[in-house]
Design a protein around this ligand. Structure first.
Ligand code: SF4
Length: 202
């Protein structure tokens, strides 16, 4: 399954743009219920003004909200990001932690965001259970769990740690391009013969 998807997506990667873990952390918090494209645009302005946790903490909530105003739920996200940066400074000396146990202590950071940063920015084994990965995993019969945290545990049982990040990114790419939410393009899918949900009945 992995090899077939790798032929289709030779360079699977996150669509959120970042140059360092801090940027991916903030982008991942902002990306909840918002498009990656919007976050990439807003992120450029955000990181120009607030490129470090200290700069975020030094800024007023109003200043942060102003930059984020075109993002869905920007007021809530601005508060979370400010609090997250305060905790980063208080507990982690401004460094992004590299374990899931520490990451989820940050305000606004659940397992999905934590795994996205651990896998995407640090290259650590991480199952990133975003909505695309969850949907494609269901269709492929890899898990029946609806809860992303429980589904992550299920997928852990069937994936070697060294492939987890890559598999997440492959499933994510597949969910955005072929295994679409409303109309999966099964006729173009290289997994059809392995997939219990394939519409073509191969
Ligand atoms: S065969 Fe269809 S439902 Fe199954 S993974 Fe491919 S696109 Fe998705």
């Amino acid at each position: 399954m992995r090899k077939r998807l790798k032929e289709l997506y030779p360079d699977p990667h996150l669509e959120l743009e970042f140059t360092e873990p801090f940027q991916l952390l903030i982008a991942a918090i902002l990306a909840a219920q918002e498009s990656d494209k919007k976050i990439n645009t807003v992120g450029k302005e955000f990181f120009k003004k607030f490129g470090t946790p200290q700069k975020v903490v030094n800024a007023s909530l109003e200043e942060i909200e102003k930059v984020l105003s075109s993002v869905n739920f920007y007021r809530r996200k601005a508060r979370l990001i400010k609090r997250c940066c305060e905790v980063l400074l208080e507990k982690f000396r401004g460094k992004i932690p590299t374990s899931i146990e520490e990451m989820v202590k940050l305000p606004g950071v659940g397992r999905k965001t934590a795994n996205m940063v651990l896998g995407g920015a640090f290259g650590l084994p991480a199952l990133i259970m975003d909505r695309h990965v969850l949907r494609v995993s269901h269709r492929l019969g890899l898990t029946a769990e609806k809860n992303p945290d429980k589904a992550e545990k299920e997928l852990e049982k069937v994936t070697e740690p060294q492939w987890r990040t890559e598999i997440s990114l492959l499933l994510m790419n597949h969910g955005k391009r072929i295994c679409l939410a409303r109309n999966p393009v099964c006729e173009k899918c290289p997994l059809c013969d392995l997939c219990p949900s394939c519409k073509t009945g191969i």
